[in-house]
Design a protein around this ligand. Structure first.
Ligand code: MN
Length: 247
């Protein structure tokens, strides 16, 4: 089979629920990755893959090794794997890059050209210039000193704090949980503004947990990959069309 497809998926939030539920979710994610391995040339993980993530110099959180092994195997097969960190898993260090061979992106968004089309990709958080509270929290969590201070904590305390902020983050979310995209959705407004400055054919984000495909600007498309937690959505680019499917 020809490797021509690019897959986009986000918001697994591994670690969110009970161990049993998470194992079922992980197994389904692995089956999905296995199902696309034959025709994928690239897989883009659009953030919040983990509900929280923290890594020490020599230690990572337990669990989800099947998912990690599947990713490593795909990289070994020559599939490019990109990972935009989300607001729940922004504390990725170099483990995924060094151990699994994944490209880690910490930017809020980045433009790529695939098959002569421009894709603007990102997790989707922090795109609202008016959300000052978010910007401050994001700056604190992204700062090197915070990471250093955090690294001095014992792992049980560090993960307890990470979990606390993970839950707090989820509450903040509610504000925009609406289908009233064009008026209120910061990601959609970001796309509209982006198109005033530069060209893009496709915008693909996650973060909102509501899957969506909407035209934006004159001839561009906004796609949100939703949350794997519900209906296992993913987007696929086959070189001609970008479609939103469910696994
Ligand atoms: Mn998010």
């Amino acid at each position: 089979m020809e490797r021509k497809n690019i897959y986009f998926v986000s918001d697994f939030h591994f670690g969110l629920e009970s161990a049993e539920k998470e194992r079922i979710k992980e197994d389904k994610a692995v089956r999905f990755l296995q199902s696309i391995a034959a025709d994928a040339k690239r897989v883009v993980l659009l953030g919040d893959i983990f509900d929280f993530w923290w890594e020490y110099k020599a230690v990572i959180p337990k669990g989800f090794v099947r998912f990690q092994a599947q990713i490593a195997d795909m990289v070994r097969q020559g599939i490019i794997v990109d990972y935009f960190v989300g607001n729940h898993d922004l504390w990725q260090n170099d483990y995924f890059a060094k151990e699994l061979g994944v490209n880690i992106y910490r930017k809020k968004y980045q433009a790529f050209v695939f098959d002569e089309k421009t894709f603007v990709l990102g997790h989707g958080d922090g795109l609202d210039p008016m959300d000052i509270g978010y910007k401050i929290m994001d700056a604190v969590f992204s700062a090197r000193i915070s990471r250093w201070l955090f690294s001095l904590l014992p792992s049980s305390a560090a993960i307890g704090i990470a979990r606390y902020f993970s839950r707090k983050n989820r509450r903040r979310h509610k504000k925009y949980d609406t289908h009233d995209y064009k008026e209120k959705e910061p990601m959609y407004i970001f796309c509209q503004n982006y198109l005033k400055q530069s060209h893009a054919d496709f915008f693909v984000f996650g973060h909102r947990h509501i899957k969506n495909v909407l035209p934006v600007g004159k001839s561009s498309l906004y796609v949100n990959t939703g949350a794997w937690i519900e209906q296992s959505p993913y987007a696929v680019w086959d070189g001609k069309d970008l479609k939103l499917n469910s696994f």
